[in-house]
Design a binder for this molecule. Structure first.
Ligand code: SAM
Ligand code: SF4
Ligand code: F3S
Length: 441
């Protein structure tokens, strides 16, 4: 048998991490080895993202750089996967001969065979012209980057077609997985060592709306089922769409202590006119009242949001409404971004684009406001004790481990590596806008 090794690099969102974890499990079960670094791998698997132009530019430059190494020894070959491969895989494969496999999320199921064939016969596989329905890789993500935590996608794709967003074009139509598939996969992951599972979807709270009979109750019932699995200490979910977030989800969260009280609820804009033009399907007031209901229903929930500045036609007044909303709702954290035009989306062809320098200015101003809010919220946690799942060595600081509270705050503590994967009580002794410092008690 030929020795074959792979190395996986992920950029983009948790959906790509999950796809990478599944691929890792499948390749290992076929006799592949995971290489320590790209330099000693036969295949580098690159999971890419198309959400903003910068993510694509970064990936394109990395793909170009592979050429130098490949030209010397025809090693490593590259598997270009993820959302950018759905959009540009054919073009890139034509340009770069070191791309041996190019396949988007809809064709992931064909990738393991294609990688085997590429090594055995040198055949290339470019999914663009592939008409076989491939679907996802069927095995559970048994072998994961982090053994204690796992993702489970509950719905693929998205049907919302927000005016700025490329995701529906690269990830396809919204398709929920059958509840039993999700539960079986979650049980297998727990048997395999996961103590925390995050349920994933671009719109998790719309889970089941494609089963017929509407989505009402479907996600709440799935959450109930997953959180009832013996041995599963934490359940998270992301991302929630404000117009699909119903009170039955809060009821289940209130009744099951292992569902973490942390909710990512992207608002995207603070102005009703911009929200309408973005095709978000809720008003600012509806959003505010949802946040209030969440805060009334759950003890100390953490709410995070996503917001785009500089959407086409966004005026200074519109932007100030986003700033005011941050002040009013005081999110724990915000993923903010300057609008990036994506070819093929309705917003990209609008004539009233906000100049790049203005988008950048608004982003800096809004981030400044949010940083102060996060600083104060985190400072208010100093002196309190929280249960933390320690999971990996901190990126900086010898002897430090990184963990997360139930509310998903990062906590750094001095602890030996053997404690990774365990739950510990930590008292917060320091804070910054981005993380907490703790000591084990
Ligand atoms: N489904 C989630 C939702 O409804 O908000 C978010 C999914 S999207 C993959 C992640 C984030 O990327 C979005 O919340 C949005 O803020 C940002 N994003 C999407 N398209 C963008 C664009 N064209 N320019 C800048 N940011 C964008
Ligand atoms: Fe994109 Fe909107 Fe779908 Fe989120 S809900 S993935 S922002 S189209
Ligand atoms: Fe990027 Fe695709 Fe996720 S575009 S954000 S990797 S769904």
């Amino acid at each position: 048998m030929i020795e074959k090794s792979f190395f996986i690099r992920v950029i983009g969102c948790q959906m790509n991490v999950y796809d990478g974890d599944k691929l890792r499990g499948e390749l290992l079960s076929r006799g592949w080895q995971e290489a320590e670094s790209e330099d000693c791998a036969d295949f580098v698997v690159f999971l890419t993202c198309s959400v903003r132009e910068r993510a694509e530019q970064k990936a394109a430059s990395e793909i170009g750089k592979f050429g130098k190494k490949w030209k010397k020894s025809h090693r490593p070959r590259l598997a270009l996967l993820g959302c950018m491969a759905a959009r540009l895989g054919d073009n890139l494969a034509r340009k770069f001969p070191w791309i041996a496999v190019a396949a988007g999320p809809a064709h992931m199921g064909l990738v393991p065979d294609a990688m085997d064939r590429a090594l055995e016969t040198g055949a290339r596989f470019v999914a663009g012209s592939e008409t076989r329905a491939a679907g996802p890789i069927s095995c559970a993500p048994r072998s994961r980057g982090n053994p204690h935590k796992a993702y489970v996608t509950v719905a693929n794709g998205c049907d919302q077609f927000c005016a700025y967003c490329i995701v529906p074009y690269v990830r396809g139509r919204f398709a929920s997985r059958a509840p039993d598939d999700v539960l079986d996969e979650a049980r297998e992951l727990v048997r395999n060592g996961a103590v925390e599972i995050t349920l994933l979807g671009q719109n998790v709270d719309a889970y089941g709306k494609d089963f017929g009979g509407g989505a009402r109750g479907r996600f709440a019932s799935l959450l109930n089922g997953v959180s009832s699995i013996d041995g599963l200490r934490r359940v998270r979910f992301a991302t929630s769409h404000p117009s699909d977030f119903t009170d039955d989800i809060l009821d289940v969260m209130g009744s099951r202590p292992n569902i973490c009280p942390s909710i990512n609820l992207p608002v995207q804009a603070g102005s009703d006119r911009v929200l309408r033009e973005m095709n978000r399907r809720y008003t600012k007031d509806e959003y505010v009242s949802l946040v209030r209901r969440i805060r009334a229903a759950l003890p100390e929930p953490a709410i995070t949001t996503d917001l785009i500045v500089g959407f086409p036609g966004e005026t200074e007044d519109d932007f100030e409404e986003s700033v005011a909303l941050f002040g009013e709702l005081r999110f724990d954290l915000a993923h903010t971004a300057a609008y990036s035009p994506r070819d093929g989306t309705p917003a990209a062809s609008r004539p009233d684009q906000v100049p790049a320098a203005e988008r950048a200015r608004r982003l800096v101003r809004l981030n400044g406001v949010q940083t102060e809010i996060s600083r104060k919220i985190n400072a208010s946690m100093v002196g309190k004790t929280y249960e933390v799942l320690l999971d990996e060595p901190a990126p900086k600081g010898e002897g430090m481990l990184q963990g997360r509270t139930a509310t998903d705050k990062v906590v750094l503590v001095r602890a030996p590596l053997e404690m990774a994967g365990t739950f510990r009580e930590a008292r917060v002794i320091g804070s910054s806008p981005w993380c907490l410092e703790g000591e084990l008690v």
